[in-house]
Design a protein around this ligand. Sequence first.
Ligand code: NAI
Length: 296
Amino acid sequence: MDALKTSSRVLVIGAGAMGSGIAHVAAVAGHTVYLYDMQAEAVERGRAGIAKDLAFLVSRDKLTQDAADAALARVVPISSLADAADAMLAIEAIVERLDVKQTLFAELETVLSPEAILATNTSSLSITAMAAPLARPGQVVGMHFFNPAPRMKLVEVVSGLATDPAVAQTVHATAKAWGKVPVFAKSTPGFIVNRVARPYYGEALRVLAEQAATPATLDAVMREGCGFPMGPFELMDLIGHDVNHAVSQSVFAACFNDSRYTPHLIQQELVHAGRFGRKSGQGFYAYGEGKSLPAS
Ligand code: NAI
């Protein structure tokens, strides 16, 4: 199955950490990318973030200035989904809630062509459930990028029960054409990465709760001893505790409350405090002026 042609337009909904990263990837690959968010200022912030990331690539000789300028010009902010009616691939990266994503896809079905692919960047929610209320559930597929999307190669291409195999193949080929390493997965809780990663975060949080080690020690251990590029606390701060806690809750519930996936109260406390990690300036660590320091 062929990849989406570069002349095909791509719509990205949600201009936060993931949506802006995905828009960056699709624009560098040559697509015109419509970028939409329910908050207009998020689109502006997202586009400014893309400009910064492109400039970084230019500074490292990974992209020419002309290619970066052309990619940025292809990111088109829109304020209404109707402005993206000719998009052939929509990728949503909005809040991790099934009902909100279902509502968005129902609206997209009325706006986009019947052949348009409706892809979700969900980390954990059921693709089968997301597609079920729609008129064309076969068009729905998971296209799960990792954070930061321009840098991380892996993309999980996730099929629900109704996903048309040709749709999954097209998304797989497209991810490959965008320089990614796609893998096929089924719509099981957390798919592959988040299924395996949940007990990892959970155990790190239990070790912290037992006061056996600080976040900084645990992170250093996993980096220096196990060869991980980031430790669990650094990674949770990068993902965002709002997102990460929602994913923990979703995997736990979808696995019929299997205790291996029990979310931790520490995560919940951070969310209640608004300490979402890097994006809010504080999580396990405090961020500012490019430095990261232990938060307490
Ligand atoms: P974020 O909080 O950085 O951005 C979400 C954006 O979506 C916000 O700008 C918000 O205004 C917008 N939004 C929310 N509801 C909307 C709606 N109904 N219509 C239009 N825009 C809406 O979140 P982030 O981290 O980018 O996550 C987005 C999705 O990607 C979630 O499903 C998450 O599980 C998934 N994901 C997150 C990863 C991470 O490391 N943060 C990694 C891989 C997937």
